[in-house]
Write a protein that binds this ligand. Structure first.
Ligand code: SAM
Length: 194
């Protein structure tokens, strides 16, 4: 049996922590795979927030959820779509939810099938990670899938790793899930808030 992909491992770690009724965040909605996963994990009594700077991504995510709702409407968390950068997380998420978020998932890079020019950027990614830690509850998790293989991706991956590494261990515990034999392959960095 091989190891799980980085995307599946991110979902696995989130699944272990999110309970029905929780509040959750997809920081990079894209085509909505993680948003749907999070909406299922939080369930109808929970709430999900999905960020993307591209209207196309939010449309794709909305369609994906609508399709799932046809068969499992009563099993998904209501989802708020936020057409803004994830670096606005603290302002965009209502203050009453701050400190209650169980999981924030980031899948960096560009929207598959769309322009690779619209891409996550180091400065806004790191600002968003700081915000994610602020809105997270105690024992909540932030997962970040990084892509060192595309232009600017190595710099961004290095910055995310540096961000996680410098977190004091009484604030959060950081972990890296990587396939070292694969050069420039995506890998996963996760942080569990104390
Ligand atoms: N998780 C997605 C899925 O399941 O399809 C894939 C996400 S895709 C790799 C990265 C997404 O991040 C793109 O849709 C892109 O528009 C979005 N993005 C780029 N910069 C962003 C920012 N500052 N805030 C939020 N989303 C951003």
């Amino acid at each position: 049996m091989g190891f799980m992909s980085v995307l599946s491992q991110a979902q696995q770690w989130v699944k272990e922590r999110v309970r029905a009724g929780d509040a959750v965040v997809d920081a990079t909605a894209g085509n909505g795979a993680d948003t749907l996963f999070l909406a299922r994990a939080a369930g109808p009594g929970g709430i999900a927030f999905a960020f993307d700077i591209q209207a196309e991504a939010l449309d794709n995510t909305r369609s994906r959820l609508r399709k799932a709702e046809e068969s499992e409407a009563d099993r998904l968390a209501p989802t708020t779509f936020i057409h803004a950068g994830h670096e606005t997380m603290c302002e965009a998420i209502p203050s009453e939810s701050h400190g209650t978020i169980a999981a924030v998932m980031f899948n960096l890079g560009y929207l598959p099938g769309a322009s690779s020019a619209v891409i996550t950027r180091t400065a806004t990614t790191v600002a968003a990670l700081d915000s994610a830690l602020r809105v997270l509850r105690s024992d909540g998790i932030v997962t970040v899938v990084v892509y060192p293989g595309h232009e600017g991706g190595q710099e961004e991956a290095d910055a995310v790793l540096a961000w996680a590494t410098r977190l004091p261990s009484n604030v959060a515990q950081a972990v890296v899930y990587d396939f070292p034999q694969k050069k420039k392959a995506p890998y996963l960095i996760a942080v569990n808030k104390r």
